[in-house]
Ligand binder design. Structure first.
Ligand code: IMP
Ligand code: MG
Length: 174
């Protein structure tokens, strides 16, 4: 059965904001080559849109992590389902994520990546739900939009693996 979806951020709004964030990232990484790490699967749409608009050269890699835990709450433990193909040592890593909720997944992932000795690590997210943050130490360097504590879908974000392909960000109406 199809759920009803209310548009929270239109395709045009997202496009405009991604362009702004890309300009900021390009400026901050002037003379460098950020190594974009996409967190699968949700980060993939944002990663592509962002990368296309960057004016600095980039390299890219992909990582698929799943956090142990049940229901909608993630746990602190992260299982690497698909690891990066290349080492990150000495590189300027920019993690590209769809949404930061409790921050548990990112907190654990950042620790794993730090051990691999990158030159720097920054975090870029399409959406942030700061009200839900448990791991306060997770510092977000680039946020496209702050969203309220509602379950959102589209632009890579899923509900039970559905709706990732929506070109906008929406909220499922009960
Ligand atoms: P965290 O560890 O609680 O920060 O979990 C972050 C992950 O939970 C994200 O990467 C998403 O995959 C998922 N998630 C959190 N909130 C939402 C939402 O509103 N819609 C879809 N996925 C979400
Ligand atoms: Mg995710």
């Amino acid at each position: 059965m199809a759920e009803k979806i209310r548009v929270l951020l239109s395709e045009q709004e997202v496009e405009k904001r991604v362009l702004e964030v890309a300009a900021q990232v390009s400026q901050d990484y002037q003379g460098k080559m950020p190594h974009l790490i996409c967190i699968l699967k949700g980060g993939v749409f944002f990663m592509c849109e962002l990368a296309k608009r960057l004016t600095v050269p980039v390299s890219m890699d992909f990582m698929y992590v799943s956090s142990y835990g049940s229901g909608t709450e993630s746990s602190g433990e992260v299982k690497i389902v698909k690891d990066l193909d290349e080492p990150v040592e000495g590189r300027d890593v920019l993690i590209v994520e769809d949404i930061i909720d409790s921050g548990r997944t990112l907190s654990h992932l950042i620790r794993i990546l730090q051990e691999r000795k990158p030159a720097s690590i920054r975090l870029c997210t399409l959406l942030d739900k700061p009200e839900r943050r448990v791991k306060k130490e997770v510092m977000v360097d680039y946020t496209c939009f702050t969203v309220p504590d509602e379950f959102v879908v589209g632009y890579g974000l899923d509900y039970d693996q559905k709706y990732r392909n929506l070109p906008y960000i929406g909220v499922i109406e009960q």
